[in-house]
Design a binder for this molecule. Structure first.
Ligand SMILES: Cc1ncc(COP(=O)(O)O)c(C=O)c1O
Length: 359
């Protein structure tokens, strides 16, 4: 599939220069159709065994698709509803208590900060915040967990190499701006846990996501709330135990419409080819960063990712102005930054439209 054919899968580009996948990716036509089809069948035929058989089939398919994307084993992937859910599940299950230090960075999203702050209030953990670029060197003797982004949502920098940390200092990566945006190999990243979204760089519906649990943690991370889909044999009643693999951490209610739309979105991107998707997104983002720099904009330090952030005197006013011109980006409150998310579905016309509409 060539870039123009990929772009044509996304109706949003008929009207706008959509550069906001870091919030929610553009939704392919096929995903919207999949939701409509599932709901139409459910309305006309009811939701009985065929609905649940399809649901289980989609769950299996998605688990292996996510595993492929993260270069993990299928058994090590849980299906979640968003990045934050994966983070919450890991933090809730880890044996952390008073005086245990969690090391995090100064560029984290509330999706990670919220659960960390709750663990500090409720369980007495200590949180040490260091510069994102320094996190690998800041691990100390009291550090029980490193929790930070794979790719910073503020500027698109990539986390320093954490692969040297021993298994007794687990690493929880927030993959909200990673999976789908950049090549992701959880073993090479050296993380014990990787929580990612389906609705951002995978262009799925809100309510989709995944959690990777490294094999070494399979039996050490208890399932915090196993319900029937998480159980090895639900019919065993009170004797039922959680499934052996990461499915024990699956979200309990994922609708068939959500699963079908997620599958459709992954199908579109998979047909385009993941390496082509990654390469084109990063190349277009670099092109935008260069063009903004040539116009005198101060670009926040970034790596070869799909996010480009730059200083604007009044970022929210600039975002509004751009939106009026059909250019969709976001501002990052409290930073002075405006952020464009550039994907393989974008093209030079989106970048030109942004550049010419800038204040
Ligand atoms: C770095 C980061 N972490 C977490 C989140 C929250 O993601 P989710 O809605 O998938 O929980 C976001 C959303 O923008 C993000 O950018």
């Amino acid at each position: 599939m060539d870039p123009a054919a990929l772009r044509a899968e996304f109706p949003v580009f008929e009207r706008t220069a959509y550069l906001n996948a870091g919030t929610c990716g553009p939704l392919p036509r096929g995903a919207a159709q999949a939701v409509a089809d599932v709901l139409a069948h459910a309305a006309s035929d009811g939701r009985a065994s065929a609905y649940f058989a399809a649901l289980l089939e989609h769950r299996d398919h998605l688990r292996s698709s996510y595993a492929g994307l993260l270069r993990a084993a299928t058994d090590d992937i849980a299906l979640t509803t968003c990045t934050s859910e994966g983070i919450v599940r890991v933090l809730a299950a880890l044996d952390l208590g008073p005086g245990d230090e969690v090391l995090t960075s100064d560029e984290e999203h509330p999706g990670l900060q919220g659960p960390l702050a709750a663990a500090r209030r409720q369980r007495g953990i200590e949180i040490r915040v260091v510069a994102f670029a320094q996190i690998a060197d800041a691990v100390g003797p009291r550090t029980k967990l490193v929790a930070c982004s794979h790719v910073s949502w503020v500027n698109g920098r990539v986390v320093p190499d954490l692969s040297q940390l021993a298994d007794d200092v687990p690493v929880l990566l927030d993959g909200a701006q990673g999976v789908g945006a950049v090549p992701t190999d959880v073993a090479a990243l050296g993380c014990s846990f990787y929580a990612g979204p389906g609705q951002k760089w995978l262009c799925g519906p809100v309510g989709s996501g995944m959690l990777y649990v490294a094999p070494g943690w399979r039996d050490r991370l208890p399932a915090t709330g196993p319900t029937y889909l998480n159980l090895a044999d639900p019919a065993a009643g009170l004797d039922a135990v959680p499934q052996a693999g990461a499915a024990r951490h699956d979200a309990s209610a994922l609708s068939l419409e959500t699963l079908a739309a997620t599958t459709a979105s992954l199908g579109v991107l998979g047909d385009a080819g993941w390496s082509a998707v990654h390469e084109r997104g990063a190349a277009l983002a670099q092109q935008l960063a260069d063009a903004l720099g040539a116009r005198g904009r101060e670009i926040a330090p970034r790596d070869r990712t799909t996010l480009v952030s730059w200083q604007e005197p009044d970022p929210s006013a600039a975002r509004e102005l751009l939106a009026q011109a059909g250019v969709i980006v976001r501002d990052l409150p409290g930073t002075g930054l405006l952020r464009a998310s550039v994907g393989a579905w974008n093209d030079a016309s989106d970048l030109d439209r942004l550049l010419s509409a800038l204040p």
